[in-house]
Write a protein of this length. Structure first.
Length: 366
């Protein structure tokens, strides 16, 4: 009996995964287009075990979104507002500090800070924010500002990207989150975020950050107007930069939430698509140790299941999250450490609290 072309494709891909051979663009397309979610998931689980073992990471962190005012007004974003709009807000530095202080007693090891690209906040606001947070508790790692924000600060402060990175690092910036990447394709950016920096520019800021000793994460926003080919191209471009710098700590596929956005007519990805995207990310990104399932976006139960589809990290306690919740997320904004530990354990894995740079804070063995 003839073997179905899809089965044959997956057989060939399985041989490559088993032998540790790098997957091609065509392999990526075949995986994303496959109807065999469980088989793709099993392959990703194999790759996860080989690259990252059975430890599953979480971090005790707090997110702070200092302003929603943004000149970009990306179509996929329900969080941003025009300056002066009734729902616009901008925190004073004291307000940012108060939020951070609130969480210090909970033993957070990380502050995760991203915001809108505010057209009139001065460059010094960001430098002072990082300096003051760092002075408040130098042991808390500050992961702040997407590559897009950094490029914006450079324009605003009339500095080079290299100067901005250096000044923020000296002020206490520890690393950068992976946001703002969206989909690198110019076609997609033209539709969903035409004012944001290009995919090339995002990659270049990250290259400079890594070369300056600032590690970062990487993301991809999927489930809107992009094609499968554009998703795979995005992953391959990240893989190429990681080959060059080794500066990415983790990759986080971000599931598009349509409510209240300029793309609210779209349905958003389904659970099967979320799991498939995590699995394919694990398989294509053979040089990323950590694939993160951000529970805020895909829900805590699916995040737990994704630990069997290639993920080895479920992010953290978070505390306050505005970007996905503005776009209709139904998850809580915070989760207790004990609950993260229970979820990981019940998935049959070893819960490990990590710091931002994946140093082990504590392993929770039985
Ligand atoms: O850049 C915006 C995305 C990102 C929507 O680095 C949306 O560890 C879904 O990057 N539906 C910001 N996503 C968040 C982010 C992130 C989150 C968690 C961990 C890390 C990390 C990074 O959120 C934006 C954009 O890509 N986003 N609007 C939306 N409607």
């Amino acid at each position: 009996m003839a073997v179905e072309p899809e089965t044959r494709n997956l057989d060939l891909i399985e041989e490559k995964v088993t032998s540790g051979e790098r997957l091609t663009f065509e392999d990526g397309l075949a995986l994303l287009g496959s109807n065999d979610l469980l088989r793709v998931g099993a392959l990703a689980d194999l790759a996860r075990k080989r690259i990252a073992g059975d430890d599953v990471y979480f971090v005790n962190n707090r997110h702070i979104n200092h302003t929603n005012v943004c000149g970009n007004r990306c179509k996929f974003c329900a969080f941003s507002a025009d300056e002066g709009a009734p729902d616009a807000y901008t925190m004073t530095l004291d307000e940012v500090l108060a939020r951070a202080r609130e969480s210090l007693s909970d033993g957070i090891t990380e502050l995760h800070i991203v915001g809108g690209e505010h057209p009139s906040l001065p460059y010094e606001y960001y430098l002072e924010m990082i300096r003051a947070l760092h002075d408040m508790d130098p042991s808390v790692h500050i992961q702040a500002f997407t590559a897009s924000e950094i490029a914006f600060f450079a324009k605003r402060g009339k500095k080079t990207v290299g100067e901005v990175l250096q000044e923020l690092k000296e002020a206490g910036l520890g690393s950068m989150p992976g946001g703002g990447a969206e989909i690198f394709s110019g076609r997609v950016r033209g539709i969903v975020c035409d004012k944001k920096i290009s995919g090339d520019a995002w990659l270049d800021v990250m290259r400079q950050a890594h070369n300056a000793g600032i590690r970062s994460n990487a993301t991809m926003l999927y489930g809107h107007v992009e094609t499968h080919a554009e998703r795979i191209e995005h992953l391959i471009r990240l893989r190429e930069l990681q080959d060059e710098t080794r500066g990415f700590g983790s990759f986080i596929p971000l599931a598009f939430h349509p409510a209240n956005t300029g793309l609210s007519g779209l349905p958003g990805p389904t659970g099967a698509e979320d799991l498939m995207m995590i699995a394919v990310s694990r398989l294509m990104l053979d040089n990323f140790r950590n694939i993160k399932a951000f529970w805020i976006m895909i829900g805590i139960k699916l995040a737990q299941i994704s630990l069997h589809f290639g993920a080895n990290d479920i992010d953290g306690t978070v505390v306050e999250e505005k970007i996905t919740h503005a776009a209709g997320a139904e998850t809580d904004e915070a989760i207790a450490k004990s609950e993260l530990i229970r979820l990981i354990r019940e998935a049959g894995r070893v819960p490990v609290e990590r710091d931002t740079l994946y140093n082990v804070v504590r392993r929770y063995e039985d």
